[in-house]
Design a protein around this ligand. Sequence first.
Ligand SMILES: [Cu+2]
Length: 138
Amino acid sequence: MRTFIALIAVITITACKKDEAKAPEPVKAVEAPKAVEVKPAVADAKPAAGARVVELKVTEDGFVPGNVTLKNNEPVKFIVTRTTDATCATELLISGTDIKAELPLNKPVEIAWTPTKAGQVKFGCAMDMMVSGMLLVE
Ligand SMILES: [Cu+2]
């Protein structure tokens, strides 16, 4: 448990530092700060051609829709768009997988996944999936 809390702390700290990780530079004339480049999160290596597309949004209500029904062994491509800064759900993790995708504000992110067993799989934010939803694999 302690390790887990430490891990959460690290994740949180990392998330907070992202914007301020700049080496001190000699002051130049007018130069706009560079936008932090966000890597498109392709958590699963296989580009799932013909995958079923499921759109998810992160709103003030959390992940919408909160429940998604999937078919076992059917590749799925989530297209996740975070539309609010009001929740802590700035990343999406899928329980039992190593999928962990950053969700930049208002930018659709593709996450490919193929469930390999029937049952319920939780997904949610990086803080122990406090903000979460459920994938119902049948
Ligand atoms: Cu959270």
